[in-house]
Design a protein around this ligand. Structure first.
Ligand code: ADP
Ligand code: MG
Length: 364
């Protein structure tokens, strides 16, 4: 059901504003964003839609197809449920001078949650877009992304970087967003012509606010303290010898090598060199498995199966600890690779394919 129908069914009247935002898949550059590094996401067709109307009292009454009903008083408290995203959005709209007393909201989504496809950022962006539309207020796509990140930090408790929000707010279909997470400079690069990125879910999910993500962030902060630098963006492998803790050493090595891989991957994308791009994806997966320790047996199994049936590259995507893989294949091998993965990895399922000829043609 779309969010407008859900809204009408639940609240018995039509919504006054509706908006949407897409999920994203990161092609390479994992856990580099909060280290002020480089990332390379692109949109997926799956999206979150929200419909809203203002209320005269100060309640937030929400219905999510997936997460159920919730009624709270609109304040800056949190209770660990999805309605915290709405509380956060209202809080930051008020900071923009847009005081919204209460709200009815319906949420419908096709993005698998807790899977590395960034349902949380899509939810933030969709709510903020719909609120802006409702009150007739304009926020730039970068400002919306920054507010989304603040909601995530201060109302959800996930101390994420800016990739997910920038991607969901700024990207367009069929194009890859090369983002520098230090200065938010972006460059749009077209996706490969004769190759497909296949997104396969491992069948297991995780909730980022439950701690492992923040733990990795803390570990990289420890590394920067050892190295007396502001972020790992400014470190080189040869600097790491002074870090005696082997775990912190490995975490830092992942970030440094991953940043380097993103820079090379952008060039390979521009050169239409899918083979070399795929090799970087394979290296990235090993680094995430061994150095950053964010993979899982299911993710490793999908990656190995994809590689053994002729994929050019395969890696887990998103924060890890479950969720999705991204596989790069030539268009003519694509269907067989998908078939073999689904056969060999029983919990896995196909989320979407991304390529020039199969990407949805319009941005929302
Ligand atoms: P990811 O962003 O990778 O999907 P997160 O753990 O960051 O995973 O965010 C998932 C959380 O986002 C969910 O637990 C829920 O609070 C919120 N969320 C996602 N989709 C919806 C939805 N359709 N309705 C309500 N809340 C949602
Ligand atoms: Mg998220």
């Amino acid at each position: 059901m779309n969010s407008q129908s859900l809204f009408k069914q639940h609240f018995q009247h039509s919504a006054v504003s509706s908006s949407e935002a897409h999920g994203r898949v990161n092609l390479i550059g994992e856990h580099t964003d909060y280290n002020k590094g480089f990332v390379l996401p692109t949109l997926i067709e799956q999206k979150i839609e929200v419909s809203l109307s203002p209320r005269l009292d100060s309640k937030i009454v929400g219905i999510s197809e997936e997460f159920g009903e919730k009624t709270v008083i609109s304040d800056s408290n949190t209770d660990g449920t999805w309605i915290d995203f709405v509380r956060g959005a209202l809080y930051y709209m008020a900071k923009e001078g847009q005081l919204i007393k209460g709200l009815n909201i319906a949420v419908a989504s096709s993005i698998p949650t807790g899977s590395g496809l960034s349902s949380s950022a899509a939810l933030e962006i969709a709510i903020l877009r719909a609120l802006c539309q409702m009150v007739g207020y304009e926020l730039s796509s970068t400002k919306i992304a920054k507010i989304g990140q603040l909601i995530e930090h201060n109302f959800i408790g996930t101390f994420c970087g800016i990739m997910d929000q920038m991607s969901s707010s700024k990207s367009k279909f069929g194009q890859v967003l090369f983002l520098d997470c230090e200065n938010l400079n972006t460059e749009i690069v077209p996706i490969f012509e004769d190759y497909t990125f296949i997104i396969i879910h491992s069948g297991s999910t995780r909730k980022l606010s439950e701690g492992l993500y923040n733990e990795r962030k803390r570990e990289t902060e420890i590394a920067t303290k050892f190295l007396s630098i502001s972020s790992l963006r400014y470190a080189e492998i040869s600097d790491l010898n002074i870090i005696k803790d082997p775990k912190i050493f490995r975490r830092a090595r992942h970030v440094i090598t991953e940043n380097d891989r993103v820079l090379k991957a952008v060039q390979f994308l521009k050169d239409n060199n899918a083979q070399a791009f795929g090799n970087l994806m394979n290296e990235s997966h090993i680094s995430m498995d061994k150095d950053y320790e964010i993979s899982s047996p299911e993710l490793n199994h999908i990656v190995k199966t994809a590689q053994s049936y002729g994929a050019l590259g395969a890696r887990l995507t998103g924060a890890g600890f479950g969720g999705c893989t991204v596989v790069l294949s030539s268009n003519n091998r694509r269907d067989n690779i998908i078939k073999k993965i689904l056969e060999h990895c029983p919990k896995s399922y196909l989320v979407t394919n991304i390529g020039q000829n199969i990407a949805p043609s319009k941005n929302e």
